[in-house]
Design a binder for this molecule. Structure first.
Ligand SMILES: [Zn+2]
Ligand SMILES: [Zn+2]
Length: 338
């Protein structure tokens, strides 16, 4: 079967497409014929090594998989050959107390990102799999756990968005931002998108933003206050850059929740503690969602409340797809289709 292989971290051109042996599922794994596999910022870090230098090499990257089960390990219950499935992005054991009570993020055996997805077939651990409802295209299903589930955890569980609240979304044209806007709407929020590209304003409105603020200079906090009628109650920040943080923080409503769920560049933010207690602001962090978030995200997609925005390319185009990832030129989430 065909798979991408990375022997040395670095540029997109370091990815090779090779013929490799078909993997075999272990006792708690299934073999999946990949229908589509997402390309996200985490894959980018694995490839370039800038923030994740310790990936074991050689490696086949790719953790956002949907496809069809073609073989099942001896200890797997609940999945059979022919099932349409999608996976959560990280592993969990499914057996420890934390896993049993829905806290997979605190799994006693730790969590690892799934690997192997940028290929024609991949073995995946059964505890992270869900069946995909018939009315969801597998290409769309591939990105649900990472792109929708992460924002559902960030906005519902961590940000505690209430109906009618103003939700500000940074990096709004990207994979997390576009899905975060839809999730915020599904939770009853009013969405204001922040983008650095004036050319994206109209498209962001079409994709669900109630208002759009262009981040230019440092004074756009006033535009945010105006667009949110007094400041946002919740911020979903998946960029994590000081040029965004300072103006947005200044614009916040009282008792706002500023939720970080991503950082693109390794830069510090500046903060006067007085601004925290003055408005009783809270800064919170949101990691990946659990299985409940994944299941609820599939339900939101099945019900038409969230529509994954994907930008598909062929598996053979993995190098070009990575160039586009580096250039932030995907609208929504890039996916590879073997
Ligand atoms: Zn991902
Ligand atoms: Zn566990």
């Amino acid at each position: 079967m065909k798979a991408t292989r990375l022997y040395e971290q670095g540029a997109p051109e370091n990815l090779k497409i090779e013929d490799v042996p078909m993997p075999e599922p272990g006792p708690n794994q299934v073999l999946v014929k990949v229908a589509a596999v997402g390309i996200c910022g985490h894959d980018q870090s694995d490839r370039n090594g800038l923030t994740r230098p310790h990936v074991g090499l050689p490696v086949t990257i790719g953790h956002e998989v949907a496809g069809t089960v073609t073989a099942v390990g001896d200890r797997v219950n609940g999945f059979a050959v022919g099932d349409r499935v999608a996976t959560k992005q990280q592993t969990h054991c499914g057996e420890c107390t934390n896993c049993r009570i829905g806290r997979e993020i605190q799994c006693d055996r730790g969590r690892l990102f799934n690997y192997g997805g940028w290929a024609e077939y991949v073995v995946l651990p059964a505890p992270g799999l869900l069946k995909v409802p018939d009315n969801i295209d597998l290409k769309l299903a591939s990105v649900v756990a990472c792109a929708v589930g992460t924002t559902l955890n960030a906005l519902r569980n961590v940000g505690e968005v209430q109906p009618g609240e103003n939700v500000l979304v940074t990096g709004a044209g990207g994979g997390l931002g576009l899905h975060g806007m839809q999730v915020a709407k599904a939770l009853g929020g009013r969405v204001v998108a922040v983008t650095s590209s004036p050319s994206k304003v109209d498209r962001l409105r079409e994709l669900g933003a109630d208002d759009v603020v262009v981040a230019e200079g440092r004074d756009y906090w006033e535009a945010i206050v105006k667009a949110t009628n007094g400041g946002p109650q919740v911020v979903l920040d998946n960029v994590g850059h000081p040029d965004l943080f300072s103006p947005i923080f200044r614009s916040l409503a009282r008792k706002a929740r500023y939720v970080f769920t991503g950082q693109v560049y390794r830069e510090k933010i500046d903060l006067y503690p007085a601004f925290l207690f003055g408005k009783e602001t809270q800064i919170r962090g949101a990691g990946p969602g659990g299985m409940a978030d994944f299941a609820d995200s599939l339900k939101l997609v099945s019900e038409g409340k969230v529509t994954p925005v994907i930008d598909p390319m062929g598996l053979d185009d993995a190098v070009e797809a990575n160039r586009r990832l580096d250039a932030s030129s995907f609208l929504g989430r890039g996916v590879l289709v073997p």
